[in-house]
Design a protein around this ligand. Structure first.
Ligand SMILES: NC(=O)c1ccc[n+]([C@@H]2O[C@H](COP(=O)([O-])OP(=O)(O)OC[C@H]3O[C@@H](n4cnc5c(N)ncnc54)[C@H](O)[C@@H]3O)[C@@H](O)[C@H]2O)c1
Length: 310
């Protein structure tokens, strides 16, 4: 198994620092490099995280660094950007965060290394598209966290409502990581049983579940400014998936080129993640209504892409 060096750009912020902390405890990671315009802050985070590793069973080395430290096959996580403010939609953040992303991508490109690039900053689908187009990296190596956090929220909610373990839940949220995302419940399964047939599940629960996960981010941001533990844990799992030869399925944002009848957009879909990178799992069964929702989501992301690439 290959143990990658993981870079976090924006590691001084809430999401970057929490992701660093989640990764420092993963046995699959042995080197973490923290980068931020707040240099002293990331140096302090690195020291603090090294202390946290003092009682770990594995040796992880955390340090602050620069883009010149990049090598082939390193994993670069981009969390830098302005966070969502209360009442602000993710698309409101668009122009500011595209500008920051372009400056980061151009510094990575200058190094000419064959890295994996994982975008987390919002609006994540738009930023992922820009990163794929401007990084010069193969599309399998550039992806966004997409709706993987939303899927984690769906699994947690279903587990609570149906009183089963999250590992027995196979259900995905797809589309834009934003207001038009939707839980694709028509193919959801609990312990191999179709959700609709699962004992205790009623059709009325669908609306509550949908509303619960849709409002989760807004509620967290209103109460504590930023969401960080959920995304930190999810990103650490995406990094782990990149280190294995076997593929794991996550709903990340990837460039569609005909899959699901879509093209010219990066959007959250079930994808296979392994050390080969990311590949969209095509033909995951969707109902007609879910296909319409996916198309609607793609239209919203495309409109935003057009605004920044026009
Ligand atoms: N994809 C998801 O599911 C998800 C979930 C939560 C948050 N987010 C997004 O993550 C991003 C970060 O959120 P946060 O709460 O950590 O914000 P934050 O303000 O706490 O952190 C942002 C960090 O980026 C740094 N930064 C800014 N410009 C930089 C540059 N050019 N180079 C290096 N570092 C730079 C800042 O110094 C700061 O430390 C936001 O866009 C937020 O919306 C995404």
């Amino acid at each position: 198994m290959y143990k990658p060096t993981v870079f976090i750009i924006g590691a001084g912020g809430m999401v970057g620092a929490t992701t660093a902390s989640a990764l420092a405890f993963k046995e699959t990671v042995s080197n973490l490099v923290l980068i931020d315009i707040a240099e002293e802050l990331v140096e302090a985070h690195a020291t603090d995280l090294n202390h946290a590793a003092g009682f770990n069973n594995h040796n992880v080395h955390v340090r602050s660094g620069t883009y010149e430290d990049l090598h082939d096959n390193d994993i670069v996580i981009v969390t830098c950007g302005a966070p969502q403010k209360p009442g602000q939609t993710r698309l409101d953040l668009l122009s500011m965060n595209v500008k920051i992303l372009r400056s980061v991508v151009s510094k990575i490109k200058q190094q000419g290394k064959m890295v994996y690039l994982l975008i987390v900053a919002n609006p994540v689908d738009v930023l992922t598209y820009v990163a794929i187009k401007e990084s010069g990296l193969p599309k399998e190596r550039v992806f966004g966290s997409g709706t993987s956090l939303d899927t984690a929220r769906l699994r947690t909610t279903l587990a609570r409502v149906l009183r089963v373990h999250t590992r027995d839940i196979e259900a995905y949220v797809l589309g834009e990581h934003g207001d038009s995302s939707f839980p694709a419940l028509s193919s959801a399964k609990i312990g191999g049983v179709a959700l609709a047939d699962f004992p205790g599940f009623t059709a009325e629960m669908t609306a509550t579940i949908d509303q619960d996960i849709r409002n989760a981010a807004y509620k967290i941001v209103a109460a504590k400014t930023a969401s960080k533990y959920g995304i930190g844990a999810v990103v650490s799992q995406l990094v782990e998936a990149l280190t294995y030869n076997d593929s794991s399925i996550f709903t990340v944002s990837s460039l569609v080129e005909g899959e699901y009848g879509l093209s010219g957009v990066a959007i959250g879909l079930p994808c296979l993640i392994s050390s080969q990178g990311v590949r969209i799992l095509d033909h995951y069964p969707l109902s007609d209504t879910e296909k319409q929702k996916l198309n609607h989501s793609a239209d919203i992301i495309k409109a935003a892409i057009n605004e920044v690439t026009a």
